[in-house]
Design a protein around this ligand. Structure first.
Ligand SMILES: [Zn+2]
Length: 74
C-alpha cells in the first residue's frame, strides 16, 4: 500500500488525491473538481528520479540500522 497524499490542483486549486506507489508506477490522478478535468502524473524521467531517491532512502535506512547494530556491540 502506498502513501496517501493530497496536492492542490495547479489549475483550480482543488484537492488531487494521490497514492505514492501508484504515482511512481506512472498512474495519473485526476482533479477532484469534475469541471476542471486536470490530471497529473510523473513523467518517465521523474519516475526514475523519485524511485532512485526512494532506493537511496532505503539504503540510508539500512545503513543506520547497521550503524545501530555496531554501536550496540561496542
Ligand atoms: Zn483542478
Amino acid at each position: 500500500m502506498g502513501i496517501q497524499s493530497t496536492i492542490n490542483c495547479p489549475d483550480c486549486g482543488s484537492a488531487i488525491y494521490l497514492d505514492s506507489i501508484l504515482l511512481l508506477s506512472g498512474k495519473s490522478f485526476q482533479c477532484s473538481n469534475e469541471a476542471c478535468g486536470v490530471a497529473i502524473s510523473l513523467s518517465a524521467a521523474d519516475v526514475e528520479m523519485v524511485s532512485k531517491a526512494f532506493k537511496e532512502y532505503e539504503n540510508l535506512k539500512q545503513k543506520s540500522v547497521e550503524n545501530a547494530g555496531s554501536f550496540q556491540k561496542q
